[in-house]
Write a protein that binds this ligand. Sequence first.
Ligand SMILES: *Cc1c(COP(=O)(O)O)cnc(C)c1O
Length: 432
Amino acid sequence: MFLYNHFTVNEKGHLCMDGVDTVDVARQFGTPLYVMSRSYIENTINEYHRIMHENFGDNYTIAYASKALSAKFIYDIMKDLDVCCDVVSGGEIYTALKGGMAANKLHFHGGNKTKREIEYALGVGIGSFVVDNYQEIAIINNAAHNLNIKAKVILRVKPGVDAHTHEFIQTGKEDTKFGFGIKDGKAFEAIDEILRCNNLDFIGIHCHIGSQLLESKPFAMAGEIMADFMAVIREKYGITLPELIMGGGFGVKYTYNDAPESKADMIKVMADAIKASCEKNSFPVPKVTIEPGRSVVAPGGITLYEVGTVKELENIRNYVSVDGGMTDNPRYALYDARYECVIADRAGEKRDYLATIAGKCCESGDLVTKDIYIQKPMAEDILAVFTTGAYNFSMASNYNKTPRPPLVLIENGNPVLKVRGETYEDLIRLEL
Ligand SMILES: *Cc1c(COP(=O)(O)O)cnc(C)c1O
């Protein structure tokens, strides 16, 4: 009936998430409201554990790409699930540590890590750096030298795989700000540089071929290219790298038209390609890490809004305004993203009203989604937007001095407040 089966309808006709009535939750905590399912997150990670174990035995890691949703509670959940985390800023490192993650389980990514962030990361004992430019190689080496330690580094390379996804979030191609090219020899120059540094420990290579990937083919191509490249590195430098990180965001269903291949198929196809390359090159299968972000949290989250005005423009479209929008979910504005929605009060009824969901900011681009079918809305209804667990909370802003919404986690059948909503005082707390 819905995109995911943790959503049901109760006897009142209300939308439920993990059996909890979302209309009640909206009334209790107010709107707009982010609601997350702890069990969805846990089940997804456990599924990844099972699939990775099937393909690689114990020689694997899962690294949750925490930019998708970075808050103390999520690092606390990941810690309990034996998962590492990708972080991309000093702020994410800080939040991860406050959430109880061990520093040595963090991989520090990013194309322009500042010196200050690098020193902070080393000072707290970061697990590894995923190196993305020449400048940071020297900075990491110097900072490690000053602390008299060796920093583990992983080189981000561009396998040149063209993953079919939205142009803005395509990162594996040659024309991208991320990584070092294999074909143009830039990766070798970076390796030369890393090997000249006494305080760096070169442990592996990394790629990220794109986000919201719906098919396994690019994973297979990248897996083979990366594993082959590890054999080339061995040949050229005599180093057998122990680690391979296969980034690439597993796609999720945002709309009824999205049909991602299963996680099991995507990972098997990738694993088979890596293993075939290793066999061909007599290279020991490395420890393989996957980096799911969105797929861990997006389907586990919804946003609840209250319906305000409805403007029916004859023969054009029906604008249904809600009490949030681009401030809590900028993805339509950024990526033309699409979502499915229901009127949570009448979730069991037929969706036969064509609506465009508008936010309350003074921007015509402030839409949540366009031209979708929902139940006929009435003022004060609760509108639920599905699949908002990733890149919503973490991308929220205070534009138009809009307080950011609270976040509630459904745990053991109870809604638990994990992040309180901002107040008007919060909006000016930094202003002197
Ligand atoms: C963002 C990111 C991911 C995760 O992408 P999703 O689409 O959120 O799954 C993985 N690896 C790296 C390096 C990333 O930057």
